[in-house]
Design a protein around this ligand. Sequence first.
Ligand code: HEC
Length: 139
Amino acid sequence: MFILFFGGVFLSSCNEEARGFALPAGDIEEGKKIYKTLDCNTCHSIAGIEWKGGTDSLKVHLGGVVTRKKTYRELVTSIINPSHKIAQGYKRQGTTHEGLSKMVNYNEIMTVQELIDLVSFLQSEYEIVSPATDYYPYY
Ligand code: HEC
């Protein structure tokens, strides 16, 4: 009984933070416009939108074929808290000496609606997409 209880607490705590997090459906076309307006393409390349190239010549590819779903939880995190998890392959080039992401912080200028639309656009650019928008307990 004791072990079951604490085992349960441990397992549930793994996903505790993400539970109950659900975005409304966004507008892909709007998201694409916002991607350009916010100049994401200074550092990112994505199919159909030209990479502008910034001072650091960072070129982090977004979209394309992925082996695992990009959930909107991951994408939202990548945008509003980029240093939380650094994209695979960009630990050296994409981070500062302190190991923080070189990505611009948009949190003061981006509206929540823009974030929702942007995430919908990005999701549509990955070949394996559409996470369940309802509650899905097993990850
Ligand atoms: C100044 C450069 C820069 C700009 C501008 C920028 N990013 Fe990034 N972004 C990065 C770097 C570097 C990484 C890789 C390191 C990391 O994971 O944070 C990254 C990572 C990401 C990732 C995670 C990719 C993955 O495969 O895990 C997403 C999603 C992303 N950016 C979206 C955006 C969006 C959307 C915008 C525009 C609103 C934007 N970025 C603007 C530099 C930038």
